[in-house]
Design a protein around this ligand. Structure first.
Ligand code: TGC
Ligand code: FAD
Length: 387
């Protein structure tokens, strides 16, 4: 009987096209050769590995599902597999690509003017311009409709005032997509970060996503020309539709983090000898490893199905919520349990589970907390929003 791959029990790889396998292997090689040798030091030093940006651009990963404007035009399964491989390295890298691609390039592509697309998309695809997405505010990220940041017309310009909190890439961005209330509803503004009145402050002392830049944004009478507003969307469906894109990628990413943890634990439990036998020969350890493999394979099947639905144009946002909830919870539980099975060594960054575990505390919080995703599913089942 053939042996199964413990990291892919249901052989999802055999369900991929040649192009999808090529993308996964190419990004996987990049992670093995360029990311893994430096990521622990980046995490410890609270440093985003900016030196990798040109290589990520070279791989065509920024805005990789978009058509035209120097973007790769890949399908959504390819994007998901890239997220999975990047997060096998570290959630911070997948976050960086998610924000650039799904939260800034996607809305410019979907809702921007032709001039905005020409101005930003090719430069962002090349990694020469970096974007950030300002939705969350200090008074509560789960309820973005309660938005205080506002924009008022002044002649043909707009004047923006307000604050955004927990913004990935804030300090390194060239352009901030800032969502603000106006008299006609919520609108998206492309704010060039050198504009007077705009400031980004790095959030220090994070114990999670330490290889990612996270910032607060402040807007103090920032004057924005009328042609910097996204013309194609008004209302909360603008930012929320960007979240569908990013959350989709996030369903894939934690699979990579969980695979990294399980792979390390399979090797560790085989070599660690306690009570005269390898740890992997004990029943309770095997049960825990088996549970991890079961949950990883379930997550892989969910994300692959989601990707196929998305490529067919049939994806429902509630399906994304089910998978974000399931897959991030799966990876966080696995990383925590792997940390435990490493014993004392598990608290050392020499081993990867604790880094993934700490990162996944952010992943389970951002892009809608686990509770918010449960409530989105609850609303789908009952027809009642209980947020
Ligand atoms: P609700 O009244 O239901 O809807 C308001 C309008 O939005 C439309 N809509 C959607 N459109 C597209 N996609 C979706 N998923 C949508 N959900 C709702 C809806 O049709 C309506 O449109 P219209 O035309 O009728 O006005 O909205 P609500 O205010 O009740 O909120 C619902 C709720 C709680 C689900 C929503 O606010 C929510 O998802 N909250 C969580 C916020 C969140 O996820 N924030 C993430 C910030 S970005 C981030 O975390 C980046 S991390 C990046 C990284 O580093 O990877
Ligand atoms: P709150 O909304 O205050 O939630 C606090 C707690 O209350 C949570 O446990 C939540 O689940 C619970 N809760 C909320 N509502 C309910 C309810 N109705 N019933 C029961 N429980 C409830 N945002 C951006 O806009 N752009 C970014 O680039 C970005 N990057 C981020 C990067 C990191 C590292 C982090 C940590 C966050 C980032 N965020 C970003 C913000 C993120 O989306 C928010 O943190 C998230 O939406 C939760 O908002 P909050 O932190 O204000 O928590």
């Amino acid at each position: 009987m053939r042996a199964l791959d413990p990291l892919d029990l249901f052989e999802t790889r055999s369900m991929l096209s040649e192009e999808e396998i090529l993308v996964q292997d190419t990004v996987g090689r990049f992670v093995d050769e360029q990311v893994l040798p430096i990521i622990r030091e980046c995490f410890e030093q609270h440093r985003m590995p900016a030196e990798l940006v040109p290589q990520i651009a070279e791989l065509g990963l920024f805005g990789c599902t978009l058509e035209g404007y120097d973007c790769a035009g890949l399908n959504n399964v390819c994007y998901g597999l890239a997220c999975q491989e990047l997060e096998r390295g570290d959630s911070a890298l997948r976050s960086f690509v998610s924000v650039q691609s799904s939260l800034v390039m996607y809305p410019i592509h979907a809702f921007g003017s032709e001039e905005q697309k020409q101005r930003w998309l090719p430069a962002m695809a090349r990694g020469e311009a970096i974007g950030c997405f300002g939705l969350t505010e200090p008074q509560g990220g789960s309820d973005p409709s309660n938005m205080k940041t506002h924009a008022k017309r002044d002649g043909s310009d707009w004047i923006l005032n307000g604050a955004k909190m927990w913004i990935t890439n804030g300090n390194i961005a060239d352009v901030a997509l800032v969502w603000a209330q106006t008299d006609e509803g919520v609108r998206g503004f492309l704010v060039e970060t050198g504009t007077p009145g705009f400031a980004a402050h790095k959030i220090e002392n994070k114990m999670s996503l330490r290889a990612s830049v996270t910032s607060s944004l402040f807007l103090d009478n920032v004057r924005i020309p009328a042609d910097h507003i996204l013309p194609g969307v008004t209302g909360m469906k603008g930012p929320l539709s960007c979240l569908n894109q990013a959350r989709y990628g996030i369903t894939w990413g934690p699979i990579g983090a969980a695979q990294a943890c399980l792979k390390e634990l399979l090797a560790y439990t085989e070599s660690r000898v306690l009570f005269g036998r390898p740890l992997s020969h004990t029943q309770s350890i095997q049960e825990r490893l088996a549970d991890m493999a079961r949950r990883i394979t379930t997550a892989q099947l969910l994300s692959l199905r989601l990707g196929r639905l998305k490529d067919e144009g049939r994806l429902h946002p509630t399906q994304v919520s089910v998978a974000k909830w399931n897959n991030v919870r799966m990876a966080l539980d696995i990383a925590r349990d792997c940390r435990d099975m490493l014993g004392g060594s598990g608290i050392s960054a020499e081993y990867t589970p604790i880094r993934h575990m700490l990162n996944l505390e952010s992943v389970i919080t951002y892009e809608g907390t686990e509770t918010i995703h449960k409530l989105i599913v609850g609303k789908e089942l009952t027809g009642v929003g209980a947020f």
